[in-house]
Design a protein around this ligand. Structure first.
Ligand SMILES: [Zn+2]
Length: 107
């Protein structure tokens, strides 16, 4: 249902499934948080490929030893670059914290 709605493509990077690359299409939950009431409510499900899903759960990727792989995918999809010494980057507007990729699926 979710993958069909997404056109059988990852909503962040546009990739499809690739069994040889062990890249699947997975459901990722999005939540809204009401800080005042301390209530978390499911908002929607989005379709992410395995690589984008790994990036989305970056802390878990670190625990699993997938940090470098996840970071490489993040760089590839967003086009972000590492900051230069002194805190500047060549494309600062694309990589501030959790900057969304082209569809905003990672926000
Ligand atoms: Zn993806």
């Amino acid at each position: 249902m979710i993958t069909r709605r997404a056109g059988v493509r990852c909503e962040a990077c546009g990739a499809g499934e690739d069994r040889q690359a062990t890249r699947w299409l997975e459901a990722h939950e999005r939540w809204v948080y009401d800080e005042a009431r301390r209530v978390q409510t499911p908002k929607r499900l989005i379709c992410l490929c395995t690589d984008c899903h790994t990036v989305t759960h970056f802390g878990y990727a670190q625990v699993r030893g997938l940090e470098a792989q996840a970071f490489a995918h993040l760089v590839k999809v967003t086009g972000m670059v590492r900051a230069r010494p002194g805190g500047t980057s060549t494309r600062p507007s694309r990589c501030g914290g959790n900057a969304p990729p082209r569809t905003g699926a990672w926000t």
